[in-house]
Write a protein that binds this ligand. Structure first.
Ligand code: ADP
Ligand code: MG
Length: 383
């Protein structure tokens, strides 16, 4: 609650008036199902304890004014918003109001907002700080203006903010996780039907933990590489003549091998095998065999490293060190090219595993990583 009070105080000192309320939304880690959410596949994220807090108050005009801790205050009229406008963090906040007024259900032009933002989701670490701030903002606006849309529609709007304002061609996983996760559960999401299933995560007293390591590897060439992998998937889909990679099997892949480039085939193989790993992981969790999901995680990492080629030396190093230290499974999580890894460890050995990763990073001359244990947390809500 104190962060909710802090963001309300930030709002008051910036605007000289109290906010109408405070909302928060979490970042996420993805347990398994990487680079499957833009080809209609399966993902299994969980919300983390780190959250973005947004204090909001409607305005009578069309201006969005915002403050964020550590940044200069900024403002923009809703009439100026568009692709790349505004840039930076304000894109996610102003973009939320802009996307809402483009929805068919909202026929009247929207109004402006005063907003304050405070977040402890690490930025640019693959933990979806951008979805956290967008989803907290959209839920605030939805509650205050009594929008009729449900949470999954808000998730699609948050995705449109990334696509149409921030210019990031992301899938629907991050926004769905931030809005729909519940504490104590991993969220199974079928990104095609948008069917959601809350899959129980074992209680902490069952003795195992999910250790998250932020490698702090600098993101480089990420946008171009992401677009390249998406294109490989699209090309493979059309060459294999399937509605989406979600519908393809390894025998479809074999049959099309002559017509696919090595890169197209490898990307398709990752997506096809990754979807199968998500289903296997869900089945293990649902049958109380959570301890056995480790090999699925480790196989996912190998596939992302060798077939999809989105790991970097820091990600491989963290995974190898965790496994060498006794983790039951480990993988990179998020889009890759930097960001975080997760390792499934015995609760009592989380710290020891973290130390082994630290030592491996020091040996390799990498920047020291940061660690935390992920506790499956509540999705977005009003504070
Ligand atoms: P990720 O979502 O993995 O953290 P992105 O590049 O998608 O990485 O989003 C990071 C961007 O989100 C930042 O560059 C910034 O524009 C915005 N952002 C997220 N959290 C904050 C924050 N606390 N303050 C200001 N901007 C933020
Ligand atoms: Mg993001």
């Amino acid at each position: 609650m104190t962060r909710a009070r802090d963001v309300a105080a930030l709002f008051e000192s910036a605007f000289g008036i109290s906010p109408s309320g405070v909302w928060s939304a979490p970042g996420r880690v993805n347990l398994i199902g990487e680079h499957t959410d833009y080809t209609g596949g399966f993902v299994m994220p969980l919300a983390i304890e780190q959250r973005a807090f947004v204090a909001a108050r409607p305005r009578a005009d069309r201006v969005v004014r915002a403050v964020a801790s550590g940044h200069e205050p900024r403002s923009i009229s809703l009439d100026e918003v568009g692709l790349g406008r505004p840039d930076g963090w304000l894109a996610y906040l102003a973009g939320a109001a802009w996307v809402a007024e483009r929805s068919p259900a909202h026929d009247a032009p929207g109004h402006g907002w005063d907003l304050a933002l405070l977040s402890d989701v690490p930025v640019g670490a693959g933990l979806s700080s951008s979805a956290a701030i967008t989803c907290a903002t959209l839920l605030a606006m939805s509650d205050l203006d009594d929008w009729p849309e449900g949470r999954q529609e808000l998730a699609r709007w948050a995705q449109r903010v990334e696509h149409e304002v921030a210019g990031i061609p992301c899938g629907i996983m991050d926004q769905t996780a931030s809005l729909q996760c519940t504490s104590g559960h991993v969220l199974f999401l079928d990104t095609r039907s948008q069917e959601l299933v809350q899959v129980p995560w074992p209680a902490s007293d069952t003795g195992f933990a999910l250790l998250v390591t932020n490698t702090r590897a600098p993101h480089m060439l990420v946008d171009g590489q992401y677009a390249d992998r998406r294109r490989m998937c699209e090309e493979a889909t059309s060459i294999m003549a399937v509605p989406s990679l979600r519908d393809a099997t390894l025998s479809d892949l074999d049959a099309a091998m002559q017509r696919l480039s090595d890169e197209q085939a490898a990307c398709a193989r990752h997506v096809i095998t990754e979807n199968a790993r998500v289903l296997a992981t869900r089945a293990l969790l649902e049958s109380g065999r959570a301890m056995e999901i480790g090999p699925e995680l480790t196989a996912s990492h190998a596939s992302l490293r060798d077939d999809f080629r989105v790991t970097v030396p820091q990600l491989d190093c963290a995974v190898e060190a965790a496994l060498a230290a006794g983790a039951r499974g480990a993988r990179m999580t998020g889009g890759g090219f930097g960001g975080c890894t997760i390792a499934l460890v015995d609760r009592t050995s989380a710290e020891a595993v973290a130390h082994v990763i630290d030592a491996a990073f020091a040996d390799a001359g990498f920047t020291a990583p940061e660690h935390f244990v992920a506790v499956p947390s509540e999705g977005a809500h009003r504070e």
